[in-house]
Design a protein around this ligand. Structure first.
Ligand SMILES: C[S@@+](CC[C@H](N)C(=O)[O-])C[C@H]1O[C@@H](n2cnc3c(N)ncnc32)[C@H](O)[C@@H]1O
Length: 217
């Protein structure tokens, strides 16, 4: 690991807090922030966590839904077992995945999936949008009516298209940028609330393939 990255990480208050609180990743604070703003992780809820490794979001979700809830964590990378979380080793977009998730619907689908970074911004943006579409395709199959979908996306000109695709399926579609998303980072979170599968609308298509306050944008 480059020395500069290691020393920056040591100075990062979210990284240090995640270590202190046993949260596995600084990303955990992003879901905590989204939940504080939008109250998506209710007690007793069933949560599907896409791109869950190493498990920071799953830990937050598990603690917030409590023992009456249920969290299923999916990632192609290995996830160390988390008490109270069901881990599914798999890739969103794999046609066999939905059948491995059981028949019960989820109240919340969250996605922190990241593409492999190429360094070329437009490529990374397009790949990130494609992952959100994959996540949403899965959400369309497994979300309960009035459920929520939260997804990270690298900002860029295709985000508006993505939101247009989500709008007919939800009562409300918002954007937010948690404070734990680093200042230069272009990531933001789409928060879609109140799933309402409309009649006569096709699933979205598309390619597959220091601390500052957060803000809704
Ligand atoms: C930023 S990490 C997630 C961090 C996690 N939310 C946490 O709090 O610990 C992004 C993850 O997305 C996963 N990912 C990328 N493409 C995926 C796919 N198609 N299906 C499932 N997971 C995927 C990667 O393997 C990686 O572990």
């Amino acid at each position: 690991m480059p020395r500069r990255f290691v020393s920056e990480r040591r100075r990062d208050p979210y990284y240090r807090a995640a270590q202190r609180e046993g949260l596995r990743s600084r990303a955990a604070f992003k879901l905590a922030y989204v939940d504080e703003r939008f109250r998506v992780l209710r007690r007793g809820a069933r949560v599907l966590d896409l791109g869950a490794a190493p498990g920071g979001w799953s830990l937050i979700a598990r603690d917030r839904v409590g023992p009456a809830g249920h969290v299923v964590a999916i990632d192609p990378r290995a996830i160390e077992p988390i008490e109270g979380v069901e881990v599914v080793h798999g890739r969103v977009g794999d046609p066999g995945l939905p059948d491995r998730l059981g028949r019960d619907r989820f109240d919340v689908v969250v996605s922190d999936m990241s593409p492999r970074i190429s360094g070329a911004y437009s490529t990374d943006h397009a790949r990130s949008v494609a992952l959100v579409r994959e996540g949403f395709r899965l959400a369309q199959r497994v979300l309960a009516p009035r459920g929520s979908f939260v997804a990270k996306v690298f900002d860029g000109d295709m985000v508006a298209d993505l939101e247009r695709e989500l709008h007919p399926w939800f009562e409300e579609v918002r954007r937010t940028k948690p404070p734990a998303s680093r200042e230069p980072s272009s990531e933001l979170y789409i928060v879609a609330l109140g799933f309402r599968p409309p009649v006569g609308v096709d699933p979205p298509t598309g390619a597959r393939g220091g601390v500052r306050p957060g803000r809704d944008i």
